[in-house]
Design a protein around this ligand. Structure first.
Ligand code: ZN
Length: 258
């Protein structure tokens, strides 16, 4: 079994030894942005890298797999009003991902799964996955990490105050408590909720009408959902269930079998 899965920890020759059209490269993409009063701005990048790592650890027993460095910046205009946020335009994101994916291809790989951890990137990735797959001649797929587990009904039973992942919420805070508890400002947890939030509410960002909305207008605390009852135990379960669903697809040869 292949031991190392982190591209950045390997020499160029070691990466090259894995270059094959069957090898899977996981590319984590995230954002660096405000995450409420209690979580660090690097939350999405930290969580997405951890999901990617766990997926690869599950997959490597059956398939060669590598985790590329995390793309830490994304489309986060809706968080800018809070400060502490990096955001790039769609044009820049397109150019950035095109060159990152091209680099992976040029290193000898053609199966690439983008694992996304930021809601603001979803619409862009839908377009880019199609466009870059054709332009660069790679088998490119993308998933936003909780989606498979959520669709299977495996997220809701873990959470008490939310039905799904939101933002700086019960789920993200729990996952941070599971792996980086020293980065969670526990003295701010009492403020880490959205007044009026009702379990099952979906994000305004997924409304059927698309309109520019600042996150600050509907979630002035910077939190969508309710993080007050977050626990490390819930976080560990969320990591495992989300990573397992993605790993199962990869082990089965999907999404490239269709
Ligand atoms: Zn987040």
């Amino acid at each position: 079994m292949q031991q190392e899965i982190d591209w950045s920890n390997m020499t160029a020759a070691e990466v090259g030894a894995l270059a094959d059209e069957e090898t899977i490269v996981i590319l984590p993409v995230a954002s660096t942005e405000q995450h409420g009063p209690h979580l660090p701005t690097g939350c999405d990048a930290i969580l997405t890298a951890e999901i990617a790592r766990r997926v690869a650890l599950k997959v490597r027993e059956q398939r060669a797999v590598l985790v590329a460095p995390t793309v830490w910046v994304g489309l986060a205009r809706h968080h800018v009003a809070f400060g502490g946020t990096f955001s790039i335009s769609f044009a820049t994101y397109h150019a950035l991902l095109r060159d990152v994916v091209r680099s992976i291809r040029d290193a000898g790989f053609s199966r690439i799964l983008i694992v996304n951890g930021h809601g603001g990137n979803i619409a862009a990735l839908s377009v880019l996955t199609d466009e870059l797959a054709h332009e660069l001649g790679v088998r490119l797929a993308a998933t936003t990490y909780p989606m498979l587990a959520s669709q299977a009904g495996d997220i809701e039973p873990i959470l008490e105050d939310q039905a799904q992942l939101q933002h700086a919420c019960e789920a993200e805070t729990s996952m941070m408590l599971a792996i980086r508890p020293e980065l969670v400002r526990e003295d701010k947890l009492a403020e880490a909720h959205q007044p009026g939030y009702v379990k099952g509410d979906s994000s305004p960002l997924s409304d059927p009408i698309t309109v520019w909305t600042s996150f600050k207008d509907f979630a002035p605390s910077g939190v969508r959902g309710d993080a007050r009852r977050a626990t490390a135990e819930k976080g560990e379960k969320l990591f495992e269930v989300t990573a397992r669903h993605i790993a199962d697809k990869l082990i089965a040869g999907e999404p490239w079998s269709r």
